[in-house]
Design a protein around this ligand. Sequence first.
Ligand SMILES: C[S@@+](CC[C@H](N)C(=O)[O-])C[C@H]1O[C@@H](n2cnc3c(N)ncnc32)[C@H](O)[C@@H]1O
Length: 235
Amino acid sequence: MDLIIDKFDDNLKLREFAARHHIPAVSDISSPKLKYLVTERNEQFLFKDLRRKKAHFFSLDLKPMNIDKIFKSNFSKCFLSLDKNLQVFDSTAGLLNDSVHIANMGFKVTAVEKISWLHEVMKKELDIARLGDSVLENIDLQNGDSLKLAEIMRPHVIYFDPVFDLKKKATAKQPMELLRSIASNKNSQDYIEQFLDCCSERLIYKRHKKQKSIFQKFITFSVTGKSVAFDVYQK
Ligand SMILES: C[S@@+](CC[C@H](N)C(=O)[O-])C[C@H]1O[C@@H](n2cnc3c(N)ncnc32)[C@H](O)[C@@H]1O
């Protein structure tokens, strides 16, 4: 059980959200088996990691991008030389950090998230952030399985950022930690095989530096940073 609501939380929006996504209501939220408590305040969904001693509620809001990071990061290097009219498909939308980055580089992005409650929360956050940043209009966030959608859409560029499958627990900020505990991608090789077949220009795969590359002979170039590496497959 990853996400729960407090049985005694008397908030209609929260109850409707929980019902839509089959999130259970629990009377004893002190059980060590439970991971995240969700609540709603002022139109925003908030989360608390019940496994932490000094836990506090946090949101999944979209932070404005640091202008320097837009074109100077390793991530941007993977998009160099790509025509801005190409359609980018973010197959693992998550918290939308990377989709926001891609949109800021001038591309239109279709971002797909398979977890329905996460899609709803991020759609709401995106709508709020769009009020102050029109670039975000270039992100089309959809709920579904990107393997199926990529097959139908056949996009020019596919970006794939699976949850890292590492034995040693990495220290991440709370929202990313939440993603890591609720989502898993065990079959990256299958994803890459299918995405290579679906995209017409480029596949970009983000992996932990310590994880091995997949289908090495098809990699055109890699960009390696302190902890993360990107493998770029040019068609
Ligand atoms: C490591 S996170 C991606 C983080 C994201 N790049 C960001 O900037 O926030 C991986 C996300 O992909 C989602 N995911 C995994 N498999 C998927 C699939 N087949 N279709 C759509 N989303 C998927 C997971 O639920 C998770 O939210």
